[in-house]
Write a protein that binds this ligand. Structure first.
Ligand code: 9UX
Length: 72
């Protein structure tokens, strides 16, 4: 079964950074889809909870250089 997480990504405003965050998230195991919306500063991720956690995804976004909080 698939899960969905939404994150608020502070300070993300350009498509280049959106692309690097998407790439960083997609590098994790268990990611089905990752999309960053720069207008709303949101990241939407579809993932498989048996393989990766929401917190691990949040950390990957932070490691890519942006503060992220889970929205739910
Ligand atoms: Mo981007 Mo940042 O490559 O202010 S969101 S620069």
């Amino acid at each position: 079964p698939e899960a969905r997480a939404v994150f608020s990504v502070t300070g993300i405003t350009c498509s280049a950074c959106a692309g690097s965050v998407e790439k960083a998230v997609k590098r994790l195991p268990g990611i089905r889809q990752a999309a960053v919306d720069v207008l709303n500063h949101r990241a939407l991720v579809h993932y498989y909870p048996n393989f990766v956690t929401e917190e691990r995804i949040r950390e990957a976004i932070e490691d890519a250089g942006f503060q992220a909080t889970t929205i739910k």
